[in-house]
Design a protein around this ligand. Structure first.
Ligand SMILES: [Fe+2]
Length: 375
């Protein structure tokens, strides 16, 4: 079967890049954008920068909640219609970007409830969207999907039409991100790069991008956590997170299947959940596919090991050490997860599609055991 390799989103990167937003909107034919964000961002220096660029003329929807709900999407679409908008500027973390991207479906397809939106339903023409991340993690700024909570579960809405026309990566917008969130979102980016690199689909372009993303994160994440004002480290993290988002068009793995229910059922931040599940999944995979992580270790600066097991151990130890260094030690228990929740967690993890592209298959029982090992 032929496969498609596609990297279509224009990315504008650099300190101060966001200042080009007004002229870029004009070039996209947008005169009345709706700014989609969350209430936590209002009043931050990052949002004040956007406000200043708008001259106070752009409509704002700031009702995006963490782990956003179907209702957030409905309310954003309503705000868009009420203000007569013709484009979207999504500003914030992954939640705001996901809502900003997918709410356009509810504008173009008013009669189709979001939960019924599927790639097979056709290709709606959506208004242009510009994404401006204020974290460095999800990669949603260049992704073709939005994750929205539907009936208490994370549902992934995927369609190439959801892609932003332009992503603006301005590291100055992330300097105010606290160390804990910097670490958690960075762990998400690292997980995207590692899981996409090891997922089995043939996509050497994504593999190269993922490995370089890992190299950037190993260098820049500790620096960005130590000193939030390090614009060089912030910029490298933004680019690496975007590269992780590009790479995972190749798909993800079991760490993401384990982490999605940890957010929906236990309220963990998505990046924190990944930091807690990634090393145990790497160990599980390496035992069954020795040598899988050799190039991950090399990307993280490890010397080449002679045998497959040693190279995997080096890579896994390097990942665990990096997570510990940025303040994310292992242990689900410390985050309030209880063994009595394993049945519900395992059910949702097994229903999650990400593990279907794990480098080795996982059963429901394996997922339960991985939760146990992550405790
Ligand atoms: Fe993720």
């Amino acid at each position: 079967m032929p496969v498609t390799f596609s990297f279509p989103t224009t990315v504008l990167f650099g300190a101060g890049a966001v200042k080009e937003l007004p002229q870029r909107l004009v070039a996209l034919g947008v005169s009345r954008p709706l700014v989609v964000t969350d209430k936590g961002l209002i009043g931050t220096p990052a949002f004040r920068t956007i406000e200043a660029l708008s001259g106070g003329k752009w409509a704002v929807f700031s009702g995006v909640t963490p782990n956003p709900l179907e209702d957030d999407v409905e309310r954003a679409a309503e705000a868009y219609r009420n203000s007569g908008c013709d484009g979207v500027v999504a500003v914030g973390g992954g939640s705001a970007l996901d809502v900003g991207k997918v709410m356009r479906v509810r504008v173009s397809w008013r009669d189709v409830p979001l939960r019924q939106f599927k790639p097979s339903a056709g290709a709606p023409t959506l208004s242009p969207c510009v994404t401006i991340p204020t974290t460095a993690g999800t990669g949603s700024e260049i992704g073709r999907s939005s994750v929205i909570m539907v009936d208490g579960k994370k549902a992934v809405f995927f369609h190439p039409s959801l892609l932003a026309k332009l992503a603006i990566l301005d590291p100055e917008l992330t300097v105010g991100l606290p160390p804990k969130l910097t670490a958690a979102t960075g762990a998400d980016a690292l997980t995207h790069c590692i899981e996409s690199y090891t997922s089995p689909e043939f996509h050497p372009m994504c593999d190269g991008i993922a490995l370089e993303g890992i190299r950037l994160i190993a260098d820049a994440l500790p620096r960005a956590v130590r000193n939030g004002g390090d614009v060089d480290a912030r910029g490298k993290m933004q680019v690496a997170a975007m590269m992780g988002g590009v790479a995972f068009q190749k798909d993800l793995g079991a760490a993401h299947s384990l982490s999605h229910p940890l957010s929906s059922l236990c309220g963990l931040h998505h990046g924190t959940a990944n930091a807690l599940t990634l090393p145990v999944v790497m160990r599980y995979n390496a035992e069954r596919k020795p040598g899988l992580y050799r190039r991950v270790g090399e990307a993280m600066g490890m010397a080449q090991a002679t045998d497959a097991q040693a190279s995997d151990a080096q890579a896994i130890d390097a990942v665990a050490a990096l997570l510990r260094e940025v303040g994310m030690p292992p242990g689900l228990r410390a985050h309030g997860v209880q063994e009595s929740q394993f049945d519900a967690l395992t059910e949702q993890a097994f229903a999650d599609p990400c593990h279907q592209t794990n480098p080795v298959p996982v059963t429901k029982q394996d997922l339960r055991r991985l939760y146990q090992l992550a405790m």
